[in-house]
Structures are given as structure tokens and as C-alpha cells.
Design a protein around this ligand. Structure first.
Ligand code: NAP
Length: 295
């Protein structure tokens, strides 16, 4: 068997078309232009490229976007004051502070300062708590993207054995949490694996749906999965450089061998990656509607 490829690029394109229509309607009917600000501190090249991709996508959808780049020496106080300024700005509905921040800045303090109603990354404890309780909130973008991929690919999650590899606050834990919620797209039986898991294969072999977010290139091989598994590979690992100077990327799943056993699988690149930015746009549009009392 060779797996169906779940294309994040195609799914993201479809969602972006839907968002474009919503943004045009908000702009024309309600004179409301959703606004997003991205704040980057320092010059990390990966962060720079993420932020610029976010702004480019926002622009393409008709979302007003502002990109603020601050020097690495920016103090915590200055950053907090900037976040506060955007908390109060009427034309900004979503605030994203690109992580990681320089070591001298307390990341949690900055994230907690963002108004939960503008927290389009879904990292504020108010939103994390609401997610846990199954309440309406801003979902973190990468886990939300994983769920959308499964849903739009028609994968049944109810009653499924889901194994998540990785327990970070931004991917593994929220994916696990969302998949066990008592609602459509959830209702799974979830196992969460990490570096202290004794026998990883024992768990991964039982999975009907396997979500991998460990950051270890090609760690999941064909002998670790069962026939017919659906695989969502969140991992993005730079494993080399092409002759033209472009990074060569690999997922956490050995795509070539696992696709022969899986029923469906996401590629890297072109899988979860494009979904993350798209979910950020979806949250921004949602934030604009909510703040304007239209949701
Ligand atoms: P992270 O914070 O480093 O967490 C990695 C998790 O994986 C940890 O819980 C760790 O366990 C676990 N882990 C690491 N090596 C393992 C191993 N050999 N066996 C079992 N568990 C292992 O990483 P993250 O931020 O969640 O990101 C994970 C991957 O997803 C990275 O490749 C990242 O680049 C990618 N990512 C992609 C997107 C996207 O949009 N496509 C977005 C976010 C992240 P412990 O807790 O025990 O240390």
C-alpha cells in the first residue's frame, strides 16, 4: 500500500480562500479590517523568515499587518510597553510575539501581558485553560492545523487510538488535549510519549493516528507503525544544505518507508507547516469579529 498524501499546502490554500472571502466581507460590509502585529526581537534568521511569511500571508488575505523588529538588546520593560500599546490599539486584533525571545527577557511575562482577546497564538494561560475545559478560545496554531488536516482529510478520530510523540506546550500537549475533547474532531483515546517513555515502539505500533512532534529527524521508521496508520508529521529538521544554499528539511518520520505502510501521511515540507500560518490568520479574523461584537 502507498499512502494518500495529506497536503498541507493544498488544505491551507483552501482555508485561505475561505478567509479571503470573510475578510472582504468584513471590510466591505462592516468597515472592519482585521489587523495583526508581529513583534520580533533580535535577528535570528529562522524567526525572521517565519515572521516575514506571516506578514506576507496576512497581506495576501487583505489583513492589515504590522511588523515590528526590535534590536536584540531591547529590554523586557520596553517590550512589555509595546505589547501594552498594541493591546490598546483599535486597528490591531491579533498580537504575535515571535519566540524564542533573547535570554534576558522573561518569555512567560511577555506572553501573559498580551490581552487574551488578542492572543492569536493561543499561548496565554486564559486560552490554554479554556482549551483544556473545551471552551471556545484561540487554539494554538500548529495543533489546530493538525486537527484541521485530519478533519478535512476525512479521518475519523472518534474512538481512534491516537499516539502523540512529544509533550511540548506548543505542540504535543495541546494536540493530545484537543484530540481527547468530547466533540467532533476529538473523542480519541490518547497516549502521549516523550523521552522517558520506556518502549516507544510498543505505543506507536498501536496507533490508528500518529502525531509526531519531537524534533528528531526520521525517528519514526516503518517497523514502528502498523499497517493503515494515519501519520501527521509536525517535525521540521534541517538536515543539510542544497547546492543553491537552501536548507534541506526532513520530518520526524521516515517518510519514504512509512508511506508504504500508512493509509495517509503528511509530507515535510508541505504538511503541517503551511497550516500553522493559516490557523494564525484564522485566529486573527476570529479576533477581529469578536472584538467588534460580530462573532
Ligand atoms: P520541543 O519543545 O523540543 O519538544 C520536543 C518533545 O519531543 C519533548 O517533549 C521531548 O521529550 C520529545 N522528544 C524529543 N526527542 C525524543 C525522543 N527521541 N523520543 C521521544 N520523545 C522525544 O519541540 P516542539 O517545539 O514541540 O517541536 C517539535 C518539532 O516540531 C520540531 O521539529 C519543530 O521544529 C517542529 N515544529 C513545527 C511546526 C510547524 O509549523 N510545522 C511548529 C512547531 C514546531 P521531553 O519532554 O521528555 O524532553
Amino acid at each position: 500500500m502507498s499512502a494518500k498524501i495529506i497536503s498541507g499546502t493544498e488544505t491551507a490554500k483552501a482555508i485561505r480562500e475561505e478567509l479571503k472571502v470573510q475578510v472582504a466581507e468584513l471590510t466591505e460590509k462592516h468597515k472592519l479590517i482585521p489587523g495583526l502585529v508581529t513583534i520580533l526581537v533580535g535577528e535570528d534568521p529562522a524567526s525572521q523568515s517565519y515572521v516575514s511569511a506571516k506578514n506576507k500571508t496576512a497581506h495576501a488575505l487583505g489583513i492589515h499587518s504590522e511588523q515590528v523588529t526590535l534590536p536584540a538588546e531591547t529590554s523586557e520593560e520596553e517590550l512589555l510597553a509595546l505589547v501594552d500599546k498594541y493591546n490598546k490599539a483599535d486597528n490591531i486584533h491579533g498580537i504575535l510575539v515571535q519566540l524564542p525571545l533573547p535570554k534576558h527577557i522573561n518569555e512567560a511575562k511577555v506572553l501573559y501581558t498580551i490581552d487574551p482577546n488578542k492572543d492569536v497564538d493561543g499561548f496565554h494561560p486564559v486560552n490554554v485553560g479554556k482549551m483544556m475545559l473545551g471552551e471556545q478560545c484561540f487554539l494554538p496554531c500548529t495543533p489546530h492545523g493538525c486537527l484541521e488536516l485530519l478533519q478535512r482529510a476525512g479521518v475519523e478520530t472518534s474512538g481512534a487510538e491516537v499516539v502523540v510523540v512529544g509533550r511540548s506546550n506548543i505542540v504535543g500537549k495541546p494536540v493530545a488535549n484537543l484530540m481527547l475533547q468530547k466533540r467532533a474532531g476529538g473523542n480519541s483515546t490518547v497516549t502521549l510519549c516523550h523521552t522517558r517513555t520506556k518502549d516507544m515502539s510498543m505505543h506507536t505500533k498501536r496507533a490508528d493516528i500518529l502525531v509526531v512532534a519531537a524534533g528528531v529527524a526520521n525517528m519514526i521508521t516503518a517497523d514502528m507503525v502498523k499497517e493503515g496508520v494515519v501519520v501527521i508529521d509536525v517535525g521540521v529538521n534541517r538536515i543539510g544544505m542544497s547546492e543553491s544554499g537552501k536548507a534541506i528539511l526532513a520530518g520526524d518520520v521516515d517518510f519514504n518507508s512509512v508511506k508504504e505502510k500508512a493509509s495517509a501521511i503528511t509530507p515535510v515540507p508541505g504538511g503541517v507547516g503551511p497550516m500553522t500560518i493559516t490557523m494564525l490568520m484564522k485566529n486573527t479574523v476570529q479576533a477581529a469579529k469578536q472584538l467588534a461584537g460580530l462573532a
